[in-house]
Design a protein around this ligand. Structure first.
Ligand code: GDP
Length: 532
């Protein structure tokens, strides 16, 4: 297969959901249909060994949440699929944002009895910021579900996106018989061979025409009537299907099913793969980089530390944006201005890590990182030299001043704090004219402060003195030609620098931000680190 065909058949997407909506189960069923696992239950059953690979921290096990997101590749129907799993916990929205930077589209899983939930809303917002296509899978139809029209209304009203139901459920709970395919205007009826094997194997499907007289006996008179009424309503009321709008993230195709019993999983997968995009172009300092450009390029979107504690290694995850990667090739790490070979390039295939020889635009690869890469870095063919757009960082909301208890451990302290910051788990700030004796750590969620302290102790053997700070808002100073020392600031506002030397202000309230803007004419503040 040539470069073009390989890239064209790639589909790289993230699955987002509120915890418990069924993201893990749906992912597992995709793997089952892709032939990457022989029997469902394999993923769940291997949860412990899986934790050993992807969940590297005690704190995570104790809390039972997934701190980092993992990546999997499998094949289905000629497509090569990369699934990015996103952490569901609210503290890790930043990691999720970065994961979504690597995806070309998103699948939003919604629990049919609960509808849109808190975390769904937050994750959805992030997808909207990226303008990527969003597909909705309404899950758990094998349970008592809310009325499908109400669910659709809720998605439209609460999330503010138009929807297009691609299929429509026939019944719910024990009565969930199948879905109606609106495009082909036929019914896909599901049946499972036995209660015992429920969901472990692919489900049998039968296509039945809407006019088939057997429908009454198949569905029962009541469900048949409901379906006819629903179809009439749908055809009259819902938005037109428009692939352009889907591609821009303005219209979400909606599917119904049950990941647990496999009902509706395959119809979803097939249509989704057709509708979603192959790898999309990415913006760089040299303009738009076409995925089919033969020169290799990629960016770092995730760094996972210490998967193997004994070696204290890091795995850096790259999203390949153009061309083909070959493990023998030299590449340029643009930010480090260094030519190198990527060490131990690997991919996670279903649940196994494998060393790979090649990868194409759209793929995600993990490489061994001796501690040189940072989130957002560009790696490309040495023939070229450009930087992909920086990944914006979320404004931290919690701050803590820290220094090492044992002054002899200064080196470890600096190394640990720097490396953890490079991974993007925390942001480090310094007060002007102080060295790295003492730093201010900023995080988006408080759990990350605990994670930081835990890792400093366990991985770098450094105990910390900490002092919580009452700042809650941060703004980067955009003016380049301003004497920051002359700014008029209230006594509870603090001037700091990030590791690139940019100046920022820490505030205790919104009110103080307004005060600073009023007292300092021409001062320009921004909430995001634009990475400049
Ligand atoms: P995640 O937190 O979104 O990854 O959710 P999981 O996939 O771990 O599912 C949470 C719970 O819901 C588990 O007990 C699943 O077995 C169950 N579940 C997932 N999908 C379905 C479904 O389609 N129907 C029913 N009845 N239960 C489901």
């Amino acid at each position: 297969m040539g470069l073009k065909e390989e890239i064209n058949r790639r589909r790289t997407f993230a699955i987002i959901s509120h915890p418990d909506a069924g993201k893990t189960t749906l992912t597992e069923k995709f793997l089952l249909y892709g032939g990457a696992i022989a029997q469902a239950g394999a993923v769940k059953g291997k949860k412990n060994s899986r934790h050993a690979v992807s969940d590297w921290m005690e704190i995570e096990k104790q809390r039972g949440i997934s701190v980092t997101s993992s990546v999997m590749q499998f094949q289905y129907g000629g497509y090569c699929i990369n699934i990015l799993d996103t952490p569901g916990h609210q503290d890790f929205s930043e990691d999720t944002y970065r994961t979504l930077m690597a995806a070309d589209s998103a699948v939003m899983v919604i629990d049919a009895s609960k509808g849109v939930e808190n975390q769904t809303r937050k994750l959805f917002k992030v997808c909207v910021m990226r303008h990527i296509p969003i597909f909705t899978f309404i899950n758990k139809m094998d349970r008592e579900a809310r009325n499908p029209f109400d669910l659709i209304d809720q998605i439209e009203n609460e999330l503010g996106i138009q929807t297009y139901p691609v299929n429509w459920p026939i019944g719910c709970g024990k009565e969930f018989k199948g879905v109606y395919d609106r495009d082909k205007r036929h019914i896909i009826a599901f049946s499972s061979d036995s209660e015992m094997a429920f969901g472990k194997h692919k489900v049998a499907m039968e296509e039945v025409e809407l006019s088939d007289p057997a429908l009454d006996s198949m569905l029962g008179e009541h469900l048949h009537q409901t379906l006819s009424d629903d179809i009439e309503l749908l055809d009259g009321a819902s938005d037109e299907f428009d692939l352009e709008k889907v591609r821009k993230g303005q219209l979400s195709p909606v599917f119904f099913g049950s990941a647990l019993t496999n009902f509706g999983v395959e119809p979803f997968l097939e249509r989704f793969l057709e509708m979603t995009t192959s790898p999309t172009p990415r913006v760089s300092s040299e303009g738009v980089i076409d995925p089919f450009d033969p020169d290799f390029s990629a960016f770092v979107f995730k760094i996972q530390a210490n998967m193997n504690k004994a070696h204290r290694d890091r795995i850096t995850f790259l999203r390949v944006c153009s061309g083909k990667f070959d493990k023998e090739m030299d590449v340029l790490h643009v930010q480090g201005n260094k030519k190198m070979r990527l060490s131990q390039p690997q991919q996670i295939m279903a649940q196994e890590r494998e060393i790979i020889d090649e990868a194409y635009a759209g793929d995600i690869i993990g490489v061994f990182d001796p501690g040189i890469f940072a989130i957002g870095d560009t790696i490309c063919s040495p023939k070229r030299k450009f930087e992909f757009e920086p990944i914006p960082t979320f404004a931290p909301e919690h701050f803590m001043r820290v220094r090492q208890k044992d002054t002899l451990k200064r080196k470890q302290f600096v190394k640990g704090a720097t490396q953890i910051a490079q991974e993007g788990a925390i942001q480090i700030f310094q007060e002007p004219e102080t060295g790295m004796e003492e730093v201010i750590i900023g995080v988006v969620g408080v759990l990350q402060l605990e994670v930081f302290e835990y890792r400093m102790k366990n991985e770098y053997n450094v105990e910390l003195f900490k002092e919580s700070l009452s700042y809650s808002h941060i703004r980067w100073i955009d003016n380049k030609d301003i004497d920051v020392k002359k700014l008029k600031l209230s006594s509870d506002t603090k001037l700091v620098q990030d590791f690139r030397g940019n100046y920022l202000l820490l505030f205790t309230s919104e009110w103080n931000i307004r005060w600073a803007l009023e007292k300092n004419e021409g001062l320009e503040l921004s909430e995001f680190n634009r990475g400049a």
